[in-house]
Design a protein around this ligand. Structure first.
Ligand code: COA
Length: 189
């Protein structure tokens, strides 16, 4: 999702934050997952530092290009009083999705990372978590949500456009491997 230059600069360690790409899913696999997903119940619950290690491990499964967030980055994000973060869990309590939002000093809501376990994708989990974060932002008086996405991450971009985000700026070499980012914005008013 986002390599947060702001967060990076606040952290003592370097190269801490990162983001990966979404994966294409073959149509047959999608249909099988959709059928399985229809029978799977997911709850969306607050994500706190109590789930730090589980979230960090899941992040590494979601971002496999070597740019997953470090444990320190998650600790920083999840202990912030400005964090608006959720997780998706299965009936047995296993975390299969996470989203981390931060209310920035300029009162925008910054969605810093979002991931869903590969075997639970295309079941509406990300869409539901995004809706929860947006509601959380609104409750804190946030009027604009923003996020960064890799220019080559077409799947995530489709998700964001579907939910009302629009690209407002290209961010050349935003990512540590030199890849460009796109800044996307949504009005929450
Ligand atoms: C991007 C990601 C979070 C989406 O999670 P998800 O739970 O599968 O998304 P949803 O099921 O809520 O998708 C809702 C809609 O968004 C769009 N969408 C989501 N993933 C898509 C993909 N890979 N390709 C095309 N459209 C996609 C579709 O319109 C989808 O509706 P549909 O399944 O009915 O067609 C997940 O693929 C992921 O974790 N990817 C790796 C990490 C990543 O790239 N995170 C985002 C960084 S900015």
């Amino acid at each position: 999702m986002a390599v947060l230059k702001k967060i990076r600069s606040r952290l003592f360690s370097s190269g801490a934050a990162g983001e990966g790409d979404a994966f294409g899913v073959p149509e047959s696999a999608r249909a099988a997952r959709a059928a399985a997903g229809a029978q799977t119940r997911y709850d969306i619950r607050p994500l706190t530092v109590a789930q730090l290690d589980e979230c960090w491990r899941l992040d590494q499964r979601c971002f496999v290009d070597g740019e997953a967030y470090s444990r320190e980055t998650f600790e920083y994000l999840l202990t912030s009083p400005d964090s608006v973060s959720y997780r998706a869990v299965t009936a047995d309590g296993t975390m299969v999705g996470f989203i981390v939002g931060i209310v920035e000093p300029d009162a925008t809501g910054h969605i810093t990372t979002l991931g869903v376990a590969p075997e639970h994708r295309r079941r509406g989990i990300a869409q539901r978590m995004l809706a929860k974060v947006e509601d959380g932002f609104r409750r804190r008086g946030v009027r604009i949500a923003r996020l960064e996405v890799r220019s080559v991450n077409n799947g995530a971009q489709e998700l964001y456009v579907k939910l009302g985000f629009a690209v407002t700026q290209r961010l050349p070499r935003y990512y540590s491997n030199g890849g460009d980012g796109l800044l996307m914005i949504k009005s929450l008013v």
